[in-house]
Ligand binder design. Structure first.
Ligand SMILES: [Zn+2]
Length: 329
């Protein structure tokens, strides 16, 4: 198989193209915008301005909170809440979407973090039958189900922000997640930010949301305006730094065992489906971003992906059963 000579992505990767020098379209895009994407001082300043703008807006609207943050109990959301409150002086409302996939580890982290962070928190769940139908349909059609969680998490964030006049929603997508399929600036932070759910879904799903919109299947809450900002598009913090910081500040506990996402019991299934359908693990594009940025070597990324193949090519029957039980109608 052909591989990009800079980031190592293979020719089976989503919408990849290679130039005559064997460099992929994602590396070309990164190289063309590197100065801006790596100017950490400028980016932090832009983020700070957004926070000040949100505070002024919340004050003017008489809102009780300056921002809403999706809170899974994982390291990224916990870290962001800490920073927003302590470094940026934001009044944060933490918001957990209870999707029925949480783990004991995640729940313990939520409890511990809330006791230390002193922010208000709400947890909500939606009609379970409706949710099961969406998961089942998505698995059948797309061999994927994480997008259902993303959609509802953001849908309800926007609804809640609208109801409570909260002007800003901060999310914990990593720079790898943001840039993994970036070959144009459209809908990509920090180049473009968005103020409506539909624009945010464009960032997440790249066009899939337009097809569903035309079909009239989605309610995009057109009247609700809130800026959606990805903390890690403006801050260069490694996973290791995030974890160390939280261990020190709030006695956070690292997940044990297989890679990341310890706050969702279905993560192994998501990986398994990605390998079956797309031929590569979930974090393939995210690791390629780290290679492009010089944070990992191609060999290190390849070894991590090899580990994912070994961990998730097969999943235990017990995990499969539990997953299908959770989504069955
Ligand atoms: Zn590349």
């Amino acid at each position: 198989m052909k591989h990009c000579k800079i980031c190592g992505l293979g020719e089976d990767y989503t919408n990849i193209r290679f130039n005559d020098d064997g460099v992929c379209n994602y590396c070309e895009f990164y190289e063309a915008h590197k100065d801006m994407l790596e100017d950490t001082e400028q980016l932090e300043q832009a983020f700070r301005q957004k926070m000040e703008h949100a505070k002024a807006k919340a004050r003017a609207a008489g809102a009780d909170y300056d921002c809403l943050v999706g809170f899974s109990g994982g390291k990224d959301s916990t870290y962001i809440i800490y920073q927003l409150k302590e470094t940026y002086g934001m009044r944060v409302l933490a918001f957990t979407f209870d999707n029925g996939f949480s783990t004991e580890y995640g729940r313990n982290n939520i409890e511990n973090a809330l006791a230390k962070l002193h922010v208000d928190h709400i947890s909500f769940s939606m009609d379970d039958q409706k949710l099961r139908k969406q998961y089942s349909a998505c698995v059948k059609l797309l061999h994927n189900f994480c997008s259902v969680c993303f959609h509802y998490m953001h849908y309800y964030s926007y609804r809640f922000a609208g109801q409570h006049k909260i002007p800003l929603i901060v999310n914990g997508r990593t720079s790898g997640q943001i840039l993994q399929c970036a070959d144009s600036t459209r809908g990509i932070e920090p180049f473009e930010s968005c103020n409506h759910l539909k624009e945010f879904e464009y960032q997440m799903f790249h066009g899939l949301e337009e097809r569903s919109d035309r079909a009239g299947r989605m309610d995009y809450l057109k009247d609700i305006e809130a800026e959606a900002v990805s903390y890690f598009a403006y801050h260069d913090v490694s996973e290791e730094e995030t974890m160390r910081f939280l261990e020190e500040k709030i006695g956070w506990v690292r997940p044990q065992g297989v890679s990341g996402h310890a706050d969702c019991f279905a993560h192994a299934m998501a990986e398994h489906m990605s390998i079956e359908k797309r031929g590569f693990p979930v974090r393939t594009g995210e690791l390629a971003v780290l290679v492009r940025r010089g944070k990992l070597t191609q060999e290190e990324a390849a070894a991590m992906l090899q580990q994912d193949f070994e961990n998730f090519r097969e999943v235990p029957q017990e995990t499969k059963d539990r997953f299908y039980q959770r989504i069955s109608i």
